[in-house]
Design a binder for this molecule. Structure first.
Ligand code: APR
Ligand code: PHB
Length: 392
């Protein structure tokens, strides 16, 4: 098989890249180890920045998002038994976020790809990438029991944090920057009405909690937990009890219990590789960087990466220009590091760190008070949360 861009991974990064290339008449083939059903049902993030919404609309895959997405103008911070609203819309000159599950974005992109007749192979095995330090990279894999090979001009490594693309780059060519946090998030999806119309980020002495949603009937909830915790130690009663305690809402909010339809523990990590390219292979999304989910940036960074990458491929195929491809990493990493800082900051602000001294806990509360009471501090949170504009 031959194509222009071989895309490894059918998460948001790989699928959106494929779509943005297709719109420019650039051919691609996407390969994915999991089944279509699996990737379409995997519960992940749910907050889209305005810029991500714009990309999806421009890519012609925003119809369902416009109908079902929930536009939010603010978020709430809860601490010391009180809630404080951050009016993001007002603080950012009218920007907003849209709550629409990553799962739904993935479904929309797969649907559009299949409608367009563009190639995608699910349930591939034994993926390996070759020759990307030369002119003619190759992707090998097994599909339906047969060995396959794609020869392409470029490889896009969109295969997430445990993929093969990054691992195939020669040792020493990449620098890794990493931090792990001494906690994880236990996330649940429940059939119950969310306690509030907006997201509530809770700082509590028992640990962080987040009240989010997927629709007016489905709530998405998270509690800070031990990163190595067995899910069996969290029966539903314990989860609802912790959520209730950490919401600590002074009585004006009711947490409605309902059937829990999914649960899982996510470890918290910050991770960046530099550069995000090697020869004719380009990394995008979680393959190149991870953020802890507190800033809701993972999916948005993946979208920003592939926006730049698709423009760089556009320049190359339309005009033979390689300048943007050469600067791909530099363009992305500015935004990546901004988001890394913001996600680290939100995480540090809101979680209970097991080794924090009483002094550090007081400092954390002082910072929360400042964000809640200073327009300048709240603006810094708001402009990062809604997402900074694209510069190129
Ligand atoms: N070959 C083919 N596909 C692979 C391989 C491989 N060797 N290894 C992994 N994959 C697939 C995974 O099954 C997954 O579907 O690559 C895809 C990567 O998708 P994501 O993990 O969703 O990563 P990305 O597209 O970069 O999206 C980033 O996802 O994890 C969230 O919070 C993160 O919201 C962010 C977003
Ligand atoms: C979610 O709804 O899944 C969600 C929302 C905000 C976050 C992280 C996850 O910061």
């Amino acid at each position: 098989m031959r194509t222009q861009v071989g895309i490894v991974g059918a998460g948001p990064a790989g699928l959106l890249l494929g779509r943005l290339l297709w719109l420019q008449g650039i051919e691609s083939i996407v390969i994915e180890t999991r089944s279509r059903e699996y990737v379409e049902s995997r519960v992940r993030a749910g907050v889209l920045e305005q810029g991500t919404v714009d990309i999806l609309n421009e890519a012609g895959v925003g119809e369902r998002m416009r109908r079902q997405g929930l536009v939010h103008h603010g978020i709430e911070l809860s601490f010391r038994g009180r809630r404080h609203r951050v009016n993001m819309h007002e603080l950012t000159g009218g920007r907003a976020i849209t709550v629409y599950g990553q799962t739904e974005v993935v479904k929309d992109l797969i649907g559009a790809r299949l409608d367009a007749g563009a190639e995608i192979f699910f349930e591939v095995d034994d993926v390996s990438v070759h020759g990307f330090d030369g002119e003619s990279p190759k992707i090998r894999f097994r599909w339906a029991g047969e060995e396959r090979e794609i020869t392409c001009d470029f490889i896009a490594g969109c295969d997430g944090s445990h993929g093969v693309c990054r691992e195939s780059i020669p040792e020493g060519a990449l620098t890794v920057y990493e931090r792990t946090y001494p906690f994880g998030w236990l996330g649940v999806l429940a059939e119950s009405k969310p306690p509030s119309e907006e997201l509530i980020y809770c700082h509590h002495e028992r640990g962080f909690a987040l009240f989010s949603m997927r629709s007016p009937q489905i709530t998405r909830l998270y509690v800070q937990c031990d990163p190595h915790e067995e899910i069996s130690t969290w029966p539903d009663d314990r989860i609802w009890g912790e959520l209730e305690t950490r919401l600590d809402a002074g009585g004006d909010l009711a947490l409605k219990e309902g059937p829990i339809i999914q649960k899982g523990v996510t470890p918290m990590r910050s991770f960046v590789v530099e550069p995000m390219q090697y020869g004719r292979m380009f990394l995008a999304g979680d393959a190149a960087h991870i953020v802890p989910p507190t800033g809701a940036k993972g999916l948005n960074l993946a979208a920003a990466d592939v926006r730049s990458l698709s423009r760089a491929f556009g320049d190359y195929y339309r005009a033979g220009k390689t300048e943007m491809l050469e600067r791909y990493s530099q363009i992305c990493l500015r935004r990546v590091w901004r988001a890394e800082h913001f996600s680290w900051w939100m995480t540090s602000l809101l979680h209970r760190f097991p080794d924090a001294t009483p002094f550090q806990r007081r400092i954390q509360l002082a910072e929360l008070e400042y964000v809640a009471n200073s327009r300048a501090a709240a603006t810094a949170l708001a402009e990062n949360y809604v997402g900074l504009p694209f510069t190129e």
